[in-house]
Design a protein around this ligand. Structure first.
Ligand code: ADP
Length: 218
């Protein structure tokens, strides 16, 4: 069922989160199979991408769709933690190691972590944190990446105006990396030691949140 190119993805659960993931993968031309136990949802998506009706807490169903042939799986079940962990367990047992699972609570995350699920997505709390930063106005944009690191878009801090990244010893003093700078109306500039931080620029920086906060405030 799945191609052997290394890009096949099984998406389990077609609620708002899973269907958005599946649509994006489909738009990107990935080899996709979606599964939901709800026949109405299967009918809803059947004309858009490959989708089958199955209950993935049932190991027989997991075997029937040849889940082990897929390179990765997304477990997008939030309506039942039990169904989510049973499904993730079945996929791990089938030999799938690259699993992305949506978590709806801290407890859910802890169980998925202990099971060895590689990628755990806390969609709602991540979105809440991001919106908090945007509303507070200190960040123009914000992406949380691996572990405690974040990439944020900020205005040039007052103390940095017209200085270069090298001159201001940004890495040594703050521990952060200026990835790039955007001057309104001009193309993106990749950040290096010579990058000048103009007053009107937006900077894209990578670092720990408290390092970035210190860079903004000093
Ligand atoms: P969201 O919050 O993203 O809208 P939900 O958690 O409400 O998503 O939706 C989960 C989806 O997963 C539902 O469409 C549900 O039918 C499906 N689902 C739940 N349990 C299973 C299962 N055991 N096998 C397959 N699909 C399941």
């Amino acid at each position: 069922m799945a191609a052997s190119e290394g890009n096949s993805v099984l998406v389990v659960g077609l609620g708002r989160f899973g269907s958005a993931v599946a649509q994006t993968l489909n738009d990107l031309g990935q080899d996709l199979l979606a599964v939901d136990k709800n026949p109405a949802l299967v009918a809803r998506w059947a004309s858009v991408f490959n989708v089958v009706e199955a209950d993935m807490t049932d190991m027989l169903a997991v075997e029937q769709i040849d889940a082990s042939d897929f390179d990765r799986a997304v477990v997008a079940i939030g309506d039942s933690i039990e169904a989510s962990v049973l499904t993730a367990g079945n996929l791990l047992d089938a030999g799938l190691t690259d699993i992305w699972a949506k978590s709806v609570s801290k407890e859910h995350t802890r169980i998925l972590q202990r099971m060895g699920v590689r990628h755990i997505i806390s969609a709602e709390s991540d979105a809440g944190k991001r919106i908090g930063h945007l509303i507070a106005g200190d960040y123009l944009d914000y992406i949380e990446i691996e572990g405690p690191y974040t990439v944020v878009k900020i205005h040039t801090p007052a103390s940095m105006v017209n200085r270069t990244v090298g001159e201001a010893h940004v890495r040594e003093r703050y521990g952060i990396t200026v990835i790039g700078a955007i001057t309104p109306g001009l193309p993106f500039r990749h950040g290096d030691e010579e990058t000048v931080m103009h007053r009107e620029d937006e900077l894209i920086v990578l670092g720990l949140q408290d390092q970035i906060d210190r860079f903004i405030r000093e």
